[in-house]
Unconditional design. Structure first.
Length: 380
């Protein structure tokens, strides 16, 4: 019944109700009349916009009626007030904090909302509200900085696609830094109007081939020179830490190899094959950090799998990053040689059961690690 009233077919939407109609509705206390009165007053204001702010009395009437309105009415109200510069500020702020389908029109368009209003919504409302704010045309540097500070991947990506946002060079730099871990940022940043040549070269190091070509075309950079720089950065560090040059017990080794893995991952050169190579070169710490980085695991959890009485957790971690189950038995033998015969040989050979998807392997690994943590807490 309400929807039929909100989208009438018999009379044009722009037609404002007469004063007599509104007076009759005001005398009717039914919910249906309240809603029709609210939309009627909006239509009247649209037809004859107030020259200044609404009177406090009329603003309070708006707010009171809106709070009593059903969801569909609030949504229509938000759409009607999205571009109105006469809308009551209190009402627009109430709509901005409503559920996202109602809030989105005013969040993305209302001239009434100021920086403080938008920042309050970012703190109090949902992730979808934050995304709507990040997409809002011409948001200020203050709001853009707040979005970057919060570091939510989906919101940062929305900001990167908003070319009208008042982003400072430092803001773009921070987005480029975030793109190292958030792949979705990379494509919009390569096209961003405030991306400088220096930042483009930094971004170049961790984007794919197609985006590198886009950067090279836009800034006229030497693809071969930049590609060689990436290769040298990675291979140079590899050459610095050969097994015969660093002892297994060197206290600096673990940190050096963690940094090496970071470089490889940033350059897009970290692959499952590298982990097998690390074990063949007897570099267990490099294997630990590489497996953790590729699988999105904590290095401590990988070490726990290496010390377990059964190789099951290690198998799931390896399967999650694409190490073939046919390769795993040989890999396990080499790992045990480097790790005091651990993981142990208890339990069945789970790799003989059949192949697992990466998603299932991740889930199985995390479940085993969580169970292990639970046992330790119970023991304490």
């Amino acid at each position: 019944m309400v929807l039929v009233q909100l989208v009438p077919t018999a009379r044009p939407e722009a037609e404002a109700p007469s004063a007599r109609d509104l007076l009759a509705l005001a005398r009717n206390a039914s919910p249906d009349a309240r809603q029709r009165l609210l939309l009627g007053v909006v239509a009247l204001c649209d037809a004859s916009p107030p020259s200044g702010e609404l009177s406090p009395v009329l603003a309070e009437i708006f707010l009171t009626l809106a709070r009593q309105a059903e969801r569909e009415v609030r949504q229509v109200l938000s759409e009607k007030l999205a571009h109105a510069d006469w809308a009551p500020a209190a009402l627009v702020n109430v709509l901005a904090l409503d559920e996202i389908e109602i809030a989105r029109p005013v969040l993305t368009s209302s001239p009434i909302l100021q920086d403080d209003d938008l920042l309050r919504v970012m703190i109090e409302a949902s992730l979808e509200h934050q995304i709507a704010i990040a997409r809002r045309p011409h948001i200020s540097g203050r709001v853009a900085d707040a979005v970057i500070e919060r570091g939510e991947p989906a919101v940062l990506t929305a900001l990167a696609t908003n070319r009208t946002a008042d982003l400072s060079i430092d803001g773009v730099r921070r987005l480029v830094e975030h793109s190292r871990r958030i792949a979705a940022l990379r494509a919009p940043l390569t096209r961003h109007p405030r991306l400088t040549e220096a930042l483009a070269e930094q971004l170049y190091h961790w984007v794919g081939t197609a985006l590198r070509q886009s950067i090279a075309a836009r800034f006229n950079v030497d693809e071969r020179a930049l590609g060689a720089a990436v290769y040298d950065a990675v291979e140079g560090v590899l050459r610095q830490a050969r097994p015969d040059e660093l002892g297994q017990d060197d206290p600096n080794r673990d940190e050096m190899e963690r940094r090496l893995i970071d470089k490889l991952q940033s350059a897009g050169q970290l692959r499952a094959g590298f982990l097998i190579r690390a074990i063949r070169e007897k570099r267990l710490s490099l294997f630990v950090h590489g497996l953790a980085a590729l699988g999105g695991f904590a290095a401590g959890d990988i070490r726990e799998a290496l010390a377990a009485p059964t190789p099951e957790a290690l198998y799931y971690a390896c399967a999650a990053v694409g190490i073939d189950r046919a390769v795993f038995p040989t890999l396990l033998t080499e790992v045990r040689k480097l790790n005091q015969s651990l993981p142990g040989d208890r339990g069945e050979a789970v790799w003989l059961r059949g192949a697992l998807s990466a998603t299932s392997s991740v889930r199985a690994f995390r479940a085993l690690v969580a169970a292990s943590h639970g046992e330790l807490k119970a023991a304490v």
